[in-house]
Design a protein around this ligand. Structure first.
Ligand code: PEP
Ligand code: MG
Length: 574
């Protein structure tokens, strides 16, 4: 009998195949007491298992290759970090020695302690890391109990396999990709779980959070994953199968057609040249930026170098990190954003108990309150400017004095470097992010002081509509098409054009092809987005006439009614 299940759509695309039920985790372990004379041997067995998983993870990272998305390396590093942490690598040894428990039992006891601590975190992202701890422990237990992880066998009939599991680790997702598994679905998992992130970056259709899928699906059932809608169809009839086969091949055709746009200039029908740049988080994102021929890096979020470690990176480490990106882009602009921590991203050891972190000491506010840390980063960025076309971008500005203090800090860093005869680009541009409504409404202050501006629509929407972007409970109120948001964006772009100051958009709106024509009609000429989105946005640019769009968008901006606004946008996009 055919039926459908709904879960979280975490990785787009369609997969059709036969179910393979993955075995459950191995947290059920035997408990026994070790004779005193065997304690050291048991500890050695435990150490050996930790080491073996460590090697497994390294091998996995290597086999994923340099071209694998940065998330893959990042997740392996997170799991390796948990594995190295004394809480997992040392405390179970003490339990073995003191309580004479067998290694598996000692490890599970310690894991339960850690999981309880993770459950108490208020931050959803940190809470989800609990699952990473469980997955690392499961790997170690598999080694201890001598049950190697088994991949689904290839089917004799050559049909696709879809893995159905209670939960999966990101490592499983990577192995699936290598074994050409068509997709996967799980009971557990959230949109920000590493498994979801890895699936997305590897382009494997997947649905998580289906609750009871492992119980209701049987081995060999025919499944359709509609990864765009988050729908799993079990045992579909021939008509539905046919429809999905057709949609799947249409999607594949669209994707391969889009690849042909790689070297096409992003010019509108009336000859306006549009710059399509990439947002990156790590230097390992650069191969993808080059592959899609982005016009540069419009946003380099530097906080990923600082997160998840005990010490902040020193000037030389940061310099090397920024230099590698600047040099790799060979003269194309690389816009390095200064540290945007606070809110949902805290530096280890500096977590503060703020009543309202999104409105607290975040981004430039944090940097100005920590001048040594800020100066170190500025010096590293300025040094990197000698090796490419580096620009500095300052997040979350709202006051003129924040710009003035930042520019003063930049001048100080430059003077220090000059005194040491360190070369740098004297003409390096400094820009600011417009992501607070007050900044958009007093734009003259920023236009006067800065070389360029970039609109961060993610935060601009959050602060305009008073919606915490990390809170699922209000996610449905997060609306890029709210008239207030549209007017703030349009006014900023227009003010920039009048003052001759380049304006770009680097929030998620820039990478959404449904918004491309709207932004072009507002006069936007620079977009920055995830590299994977560049082709789709370019396709919209190529079929647009800016003069025509300007008139249509002008009329749209006079509307207040949300339904009319949406209808108008549909007509603009038709
Ligand atoms: C934004 O706010 O739109 C933005 C690009 O910055 P982030 O998402 O890093 O806050
Ligand atoms: Mg932002």
């Amino acid at each position: 009998m055919s039926f459908a299940l709904h879960g979280l759509a975490v990785s787009h695309g369609i997969a059709i195949g036969h179910a393979h039920l993955a075995s459950h985790g191995t947290l059920e372990v035997s408990h026994y007491v070790i004779p005193a004379r065997h304690v050291e041997q048991e500890i050695a067995r435990f150490d050996g298992a930790i080491d073996s998983v460590y090697q497994e993870l390294r091998a996995l990272k290597e086999s994923a290759g340099a071209s694998a998305p940065s998330e893959v390396a990042a997740f392996v590093d997170v799991h390796a970090m948990f594995l190295n942490d004394p809480m997992l690598a040392q405390v179970p040894r003490e339990i073995i020695r003191e309580r004479r428990c067998n290694a598996e039992w000692a490890l599970v006891q310690q894991m339960e302690q850690l999981v309880d601590q993770f459950d108490e975190f208020e931050d959803a992202y940190l809470r989800e890391r609990r699952q990473d701890v469980v997955q690392v422990v499961e790997r170690v237990l598999k080694v201890l109990t001598g049950q190697p992880r088994q991949l689904p066998p290839r089917r004799k009939d050559g049909a696709n396999v879809i893995v159905v599991a209670h939960d999966l680790s990101p490592a499983d997702a990577i192995q699936f990709k290598q074994h050409q598994i068509a997709g996967f679905v799980t009971d557990l998992g959230g949109a920000t779980s590493h498994t979801a992130i890895v699936a997305r970056s590897l382009n494997i259709p997947a649905i998580v959070g289906l609750h009871h899928v492992r119980h209701v699906v049987q081995d060999d059932d025919v499944l359709i994953i509609d990864g765009t809608r988050g729908v799993l169809i079990v045992d579909p009839d021939e008509r539905v199968l046919e429809e999905y086969r057709l949609r799947k091949s249409e999607l594949e055709l669209e994707r391969s057609k889009l690849k042909r746009l790689r070297t096409a200039k992003a010019a509108t029908l009336d000859g306006e040249l549009i710059s399509l740049q990439a947002n990156i988080e790590l230097p390992t994102d650069i191969p993808q930026v080059k592959q899609v021929e982005a016009d540069g890096v419009g946003l380099f979020r530097t906080e990923f170098l600082f997160l998840g470690r005990d010490e902040t990176p020193d000037e030389d480490e940061q310099f090397e990190y920024y230099r590698s990106v600047a040099a790799a882009l060979k003269g194309k602009p690389v816009t390095i954003r200064t540290l945007d921590v606070g809110a949902d991203k805290s530096l280890r050891g500096l977590e503060r108990n703020e009543p309202n972190p999104a409105l607290g000491l975040r981004a430039i506010r944090y940097c100005l309150a920590e001048p040594q840390l800020f100066l170190t980063q500025l010096r590293a960025i300025i040094r990197a400017s000698h090796f490419g076309r580096v620009r500095i971008l300052v997040p979350m500005l709202v006051h003129a004095h924040e710009v003035d203090q930042t520019l003063m800090m930049i001048r100080l860093a430059q003077e220090q470097l000059r005194a040491q005869n360190v070369p740098f680009d004297e003409a390096m541009e400094v820009g600011g992010m417009i992501e607070i409504p007050a900044a958009a409404l007093s734009i003259g202050v920023f236009l006067k002081r800065l070389d360029f501006l970039s609109i961060g629509t993610n935060d601009l929407i959050q602060y305009t509509l008073a919606i915490d972007r990390t809170d699922e409970a209000v996610a449905h109120l997060y609306d890029p098409l709210h008239p207030a948001v549209l007017r703030l964006i349009a006014q900023t772009i227009e003010a920039g054009a009048r003052a001759g100051v380049p304006i770009s958009v680097c929030g998620e709106m820039a990478g959404d092809p449904a918004m491309t024509r709207l932004l072009l009609g507002m006069g936007l000429k620079q977009f920055s987005m995830h590299p994977m989105q560049i082709y789709e946005v370019k396709q919209e640019v190529l079929r647009s006439d800016v003069v025509e769009l300007r008139a249509k968008v002008g009329r749209m901006l006079r509307l207040d009614d949300p339904d009319k606004l949406r209808e108008h946008l549909e007509r603009i996009n038709a």
